[in-house]
Design a protein around this ligand. Sequence first.
Ligand code: LGS
Length: 446
Amino acid sequence: MSEKVFPKDFMWGAATASYQIEGSPLADGAGPSIWHRFSHTPGNTYNGDTGDLADDHYNRYKEDIALMKELGLKAYRFSISWSRIFPNGKGKINEKGVDFYNRLVDELLKANITPFVTLYHWDLPAALQDLGGWTNRDIAYWYTDYADYMFQRLGDRVKNWITLNEPWVMAFVGHFMGEHAPGMKDLYAAFSVVNNQLRAHSKTVKAFREENVKEGKIGITLSNTSHDPATDSQEDIDAARLAHEWTNYPLFLNPIYNGEYPSGIKEHASVFLPHNYENDLEEIKEKIDFVGINYYSGDLVKLDTKSFLGGKTVERGLPKTEMGWEIYPEGFYKILKGVQEEYNPKEVYVTENGAAFDDSVVNQEVHDENRIDYLKQHLEQALRAIQNGVTLKGYFVWSLLDNFEWALGYSKRFGIVYVDYKTQKRIIKDSGKWYSQVIKNNSFNF
Ligand code: LGS
């Protein structure tokens, strides 16, 4: 056993997202989002679950910030629900929606917790979906107007901004697999969403620079799975590399840093990208201040000429979380090291890492040793990444609270704080207690 000591000023945090925790989606003049619509459409979510109540954070945010303080969090990543601010996505402003985030930010600052704001975590105003949503090129303007407005309203107090959460998931799980809102199954739409998200992101970064938010930083959060080749055959190595370029940080960072899509995408998938997408690349190339990395799991990839981009996953017998995802901490290191080597970002934050397990309450306690093990193994790899040159500045556990896990509803618990959905009572799990010690000591034993 040895002590794993983190750099001084390491930013320890926890993350959530608006639709997953807030509840009251239509309160105080808010407009519906695509997730409100999607979850209310029968057959789309486990058990027909919706975000109508979720963790009732909209009403309990003070209690939740008190919990964060008790845990000793230094930072908190949350997202803004666009349709609370602009009920129609654009045009008329809903001051009461802005009020909620003003109160939230003020309460966080009072508790000495640094806010990291995600401008978009999948809950597009439904009114914009009616205009084509992310497939409409105009969304780059709609989104930038909304983001710019938030910089003006919160930029005096919020210094850390994330443009988009996991644009790959938005594009492909929402527009190709149909499992997330808006529930489409169209590969061409999915690639146009990728391109439009990149355009929206970069226009917003430019607007952010023009706003001149004092000491402000802006970045993007990307999803990642560590794809390893199933054998050392060139075919499988290529299939794993292509899966990496398609589903991980390269799909977005290559255009942002280098002004072009990754070579494998150009070679195998450019037919799906919008006509004349090349004309957008110059505008998309735009400096950011940090990269947000989300990491949960890995897989083994084998060539499969029948599947899109030629890869399928094969079982390798690693232990899994309740989601059925492999526990593969080594992959966390590979992703962190990879992003530094490939794009050399100024700063990296882990904006999500965590695990769902089947928690049970025993005498008002939750003994989630499995989650503690998961976190220990992953934090060990994060530290290893820092020791090997990765400019990792902070880590946000997913999630602060058990919450609405999208299509899986309330069936999966990721929190370090347990939520009893009937009573809305919160219980700090053993993992939460453990994490608060890590923060306090800036280290842990493993
Ligand atoms: O709740 C979401 C978490 C849970 O797991 C959060 O809103 C998202 O930003 C994020 O996508 N989240 C998440 N992702 C894990 C994806 C792992 C995929 C592994 C697939 C292996 C078959």
